[in-house]
Write a new protein. Structure first.
Length: 314
């Protein structure tokens, strides 16, 4: 009995002294090479206290045995000594086995879909849920209600805007006589090709017939016969004639700065003007307007800049 007890005590001492032996071997190897513990700590990039605990065998001050064995192996490599006896003296790390809770895996799953559906139905059937539902329906109705009248109004506006475009032909305007009796512009619509030969004849109607037509269309007071006579003279003595071959903006201003003409000419229009000279003329599209000054054609090509012609009639 005494022999067995003695053998057990010797075994315990051997087991307990094994880690101390590894620590002593590490310290002895460092001292043999004359390396200070602080320099070794700097080389291994670990705190000095951890190296001191390793060399003193105070493994309880270190995180765990895995860290102890790793640090001891690093010291052996830094000192270039055989790590086998030192690693054999260190105890093996003990790993805790992971226990699987079999009861948790076999636990029955409770479906909450039915309960959630019942909860939604209960919320909708509550007074608050019904109020929210009615409010949503009212908002949808209000937003959708004005859509149809809006489209109807826009269709009516488009129809009203399109109706004036149905007018395709208008009678030629009669000569306009201003308040002072001076005729500012005479606009003639070019007749069809079949009647073009009669246009010069119509232009040579005597002044007396023109004055009769003016008097018949616009009866003037007895006190203005002189103004009518001056209108006849100006009509017969027009110095500027504009003929349109397409859409073009035309503006004519006399020497007094009074606008004699400002309009968008159409194809086929002929305008004759007379006023206080010089007349300043601006033609927006020189290639769409023909100009005659005192019976002589005027070429706008040398006068045009970017197809806009500006000139004076003196």
């Amino acid at each position: 009995m005494n022999d067995l007890g003695l053998e057990g005590d010797v075994t315990d001492v051997a087991v307990q002294s094994a880690p101390m032996q590894a620590a002593a071997l590490l310290r002895e190897a460092r001292e043999v090479q004359g390396l200070h513990i602080a320099a070794l700590a700097v080389a291994l990039k670990v705190p000095v206290k951890k190296l001191e605990a390793l060399e003193a065998g105070r493994f309880d001050q270190l995180p765990d045995m895995v860290f102890v064995r790793s640090l001891a192996l690093s010291v052996c490599r830094a000192l270039k000594v055989d790590p086998a006896p030192i690693m054999a003296s260190l105890p093996e790390p003990q790993f805790n086995q992971f226990k699987i809770n079999e009861a948790g895996l076999n636990t029955s799953f409770k479906d909450s879909t039915g309960a959630s559906r019942q909860g939604v139905l209960a919320q909708l059937s509550s007074p608050l849920g019904l109020g929210v539902l009615v409010l949503i329906v009212a908002i949808v109705v209000i937003l959708a209600w004005p859509v149809a009248p809006l489209f109807e109004d826009t269709s009516l506006v488009s129809k009203e805007a399109a109706e004036p475009m149905l007018v395709t032909e208008q009678p030629a305007p009669s000569p306009q006589v201003s308040a002072n009796g001076v005729e500012e512009a005479v606009v003639l619509t070019q007749p069809p090709s079949g009647i073009q030969a009669e246009a010069p004849v119509a232009a040579e109607v005597p002044a007396a017939s023109a004055s009769k037509a003016v008097n018949a269309a616009f009866p003037l007071p007895v006190s203005t016969p002189v103004n009518v006579a001056s209108a006849e003279v100006m009509s017969s003595a027009s110095v500027l004639e504009l003929s349109g071959h397409g859409e073009s903006w035309v503006e004519v201003t006399d020497s007094a700065g009074q606008s004699k003409l400002r309009k968008l000419m159409q194809s086929g229009e002929v305008i004759r003007l007379a006023g206080q000279l010089p007349l300043s003329v601006v033609v927006g599209r020189a290639d769409m307007v023909s100009v005659v000054v005192r019976g002589k054609p005027l070429d706008l090509t040398p006068l045009a800049r970017e197809n806009v012609a500006r000139f004076e009639v003196k």
